[in-house]
Unconditional design. Sequence first.
Length: 83
Amino acid sequence: MSDRGLAHLVLTRRGFGAITFGHVIVSATEPSNTVWRHELRHVAQYERLGLAFLPLYLWYRARYGYVDHPLERDASEDPRLFP
């Protein structure tokens, strides 16, 4: 982890701590257990939705924003629900 790399610059300027691409989790800083659970939930969503994940994610983001985004809400649910 570095607070001077490209990931840190891009993520923090966009207001994110981490982002997931398939099975790859990119984090601006050392993620907490809560952030790991959240991002691993996104990995499970990618596995379930396949190539539909990204367009669906972007459509939900445009329609609902971040707070009410169905995939974000799912990723933030009780960690005991994680498959």
